[in-house]
Ligand binder design. Sequence first.
Ligand code: GLA
Length: 402
Amino acid sequence: MKKIALLLTIIVTLSATAQKFQNLALSPPMGWNSWNTFATNINEKLVMETADMMVNSGMKDAGYIYLVLDDGWMAMERDSVTGNLIADPVKFPNGIKKVVDYVHSKGLKFGLYNCAGTKTCAGYPGTRGYEYQDARQYAAWEIDYLKYDWCSTDGINAKEAYATMSKALKVAKRPIIFSLCEWGNNNPWEWAAPVGQLWRISGDIYNCFDCIKDWGTWKSLGVTHIIDARKNIRQYAGPDHWNDFDMMEVGHGMSVNEDRAHFTMWCMLASPLIAGNDLRHMTKETISILTDKDVIAINQDKKGVQAYLEQQLDSVDTWIKPLENNELAICFMNRSQKTVTINYNFQQHPVNDTVSKTVVDFAKTNFSITDVWKKIKAGSTRKLFSAVVPAHDVVLLRLKQE
Ligand code: GLA
């Protein structure tokens, strides 16, 4: 009897100290976020039209479920009597619950943004000191996802601040994905897995392939700079705890080749796939990139392994992502402005990945190759693999044991 009582006490204690809701993101979360295209120019109409487009464009069917409103949704001050956050009365004249209900009615989930500091990055009321109150408010509005930023946080300890908000969400009892956004400043990959489901690993993305945009006091990064910054933290990612390479810039100004390379790499890196473009004005190419089910399947693979950089030769990176059922995804990414022909002899590139414990000797085991974007069979690993990789583009392969 005593043993059972002790066991029960341990179980109760463990579940009380567990800080996040478990298993909300067994594969990388997929959705849309307002920031990259709209910044603070958001409103009820945009949310409703975007929700409609998520359904009508096929994005929802492809797996994009979360519609996340970033900075700028609030009024400049909290309610003077209750201290509650309130929606900007002009942008959201019917309040936040109205748009949450609309998004839910479409079979989608709803996300909001706030910040661990005293103010958000765009100067709206932050959550510092209001963690439990705000969490109760989010639960009352029935939101499903919270992105939590890191501006105006002088003197605040990141680990503690994020743990407090995570606990506040838990106490409010509504399962809400907790998305940390402190830009990798405090190595969240080392401590955030028990706290949230995803954490940003870099400063903000910029819609270029390999530029750096200097804003004076801070810089935003083109696609390749984000990839390069954090390729060595893959051991920290996995089901329910992901390295977040930032909202995507697909369909927001880069070339089709660059968009394809960017999207493919986010899939290879098991990054959350949060679109950041205007869904109401998408080209056919943008839709077909964002909704390619075979490429998304590599991102959503249940093994949840982030790709590793196997080789950098001339201007072409080779990335390998071990998948479930002993399959493999291989991506050749051409960083240069010129078309490159690659010749890859699998026999000379055995896989020995200590993170996923994947070992493959292509001299002993043959794999059939599918070109994932072209949707064609592309031979087997027995033969030298050759392909043309256009400038700033990729060739993506899926390998299956024969
Ligand atoms: C920070 C974040 C961005 C965005 C803005 C909003 O820069 O990193 O993703 O949320 O704040 O102000």
